[in-house]
Ligand binder design. Structure first.
Ligand code: MRU
Length: 343
């Protein structure tokens, strides 16, 4: 499969697989302006914390390189406005502001060279962020693989695989490395209501890679765990607080509570770009609320509830550090309470 997001260096375009079209179609799209990019991220055509960050960096470059005649001051002003608008597209995944702020910082550091020089530096920075993601996720895979026994059954929630990053993903990177090393692994994928990232994306990418994958509804995880069918849980994260509390796709908290009950190790896989040392605990993490239609109608043939139904639709929940066995990063595996020493 292609990378999830990349830069077309000849045309200066952000290229991406539209994840709303999967698994039926692998549709490759391009983007060159900030308004479309905001929309692409908001409606989850590019989604998953690392992919959002890399896509935002490349897209910001593609938009900035098209800014017309401007002096340095005007250019940096436009870039700041682009950045502010882009960051507002999704509030929880910290990789978005991390990547966008990194791009703006680089532009400002290069301002003495003039506008064309800043544009060239933005391209370099976007490519650096893209390449770093590939290496970072690979390293998460190498550390995480060591925790997987041969013959393991692994449960995952949402999609934190290659579609959620550039190439390897976070929670599925250890699975890919284990399979590469010849270990026998089987993955149980929660369907992940309401947007079905597990059913549509995780099952798709694992099946395409030839990895044994079984789909279950979210409310079946306890049944699996109670029968001893799950050896280990790997999930991703959208923002990890300094104390190790981790925000991830809604439903992750329930999985962690059940895993704790049955004594099953529960690992969060995340690059350091997902750790927000400005958030002291999970209470500081802003949780994105999404539209009611995602729950009532989106994946049904017709509206499946009363038209006046009030709907609760938070996109993420926060798993407290005490339910997390370890956080697998590109620098190694840490206990949640060890994170703050890594700042
Ligand atoms: O709303 P989404 O699909 O962007 O949510 C994605 C998740 O919750 C992932 O688990 C998380 O971003 C980590 S991706 C490596």
């Amino acid at each position: 499969m292609k990378d999830t997001v990349w830069l077309d260096e000849e045309k200066d375009l952000l290229m991406y697989i539209d994840q709303t079209k999967l698994p039926q179609n692998i549709e490759i799209c391009s983007c060159d302006n900030i308004y479309d990019l905001h929309d692409v991220i908001k409606r989850l055509a590019i989604r998953g914390a690392p992919a959002i960050g890399v896509g935002a960096a490349i897209g910001l470059y593609a938009a900035a390189v098209r800014l017309g005649e401007q002096n340095v001051e005007e250019f940096l002003y436009s870039l700041d406005k682009f950045a502010e608008y882009l960051i507002s597209s999704r509030p929880t995944a910290v990789n978005l502001s991390w990547a966008v702020n990194r791009m703006v910082k680089r532009a400002k550091a290069e301002q003495d060279g003039g506008v064309e020089h800043i544009k060239a530096s933005l391209k370099q920075e976007a490519l650096k962020i893209y390449n770093e993601d590939i290496q970072t996720c690979r390293n998460i895979g190498l550390y995480g693989e060591k925790l997987i026994p041969d013959g393991a059954n692994i449960l995952t929630h949402c999609n934190a695989g290659s579609l959620a990053a550039v190439r390897y993903g976070t929670a599925l990177a250890p699975v890919y490395v284990a399979a590469e090393k010849g270990k026998k692994v089987a993955v149980y994928s929660d369907e992940t209501r309401p947007l079905l990232q597990g059913a549509r994306l995780t099952v798709f990418e694992l099946a395409e890679s030839g990895i044994d994958v079984t789909l279950q509804c979210d409310n079946m995880a306890a049944s699996l765990m109670s029968q001893g069918k799950i050896d280990i849980v790997f999930v991703g994260a959208d923002r990890v607080a300094e104390n190790g509390d981790a925000a991830n796709k809604i439903g992750t908290l329930g999985v962690a509570i059940i895993a704790k009950h049955y004594g099953i190790p529960f690992y969060v896989c995340a690059p350091f770009s997902t750790i927000d040392f400005d958030c002291k605990s999970g209470r500081d993490i802003v949780i994105e609320q999404r539209s009611p239609e995602e729950v009532t109608a989106m994946h049904y043939e017709k509206m499946m509830t009363h038209p006046n139904a009030k709907v609760y639709n938070p996109a993420f929940d926060v798993t407290p550090a005490e339910l997390i066995t370890g956080i697998i990063t590109e620098r190694g595996v840490f206990k949640p309470n060890e994170l703050r020493n890594q700042k």
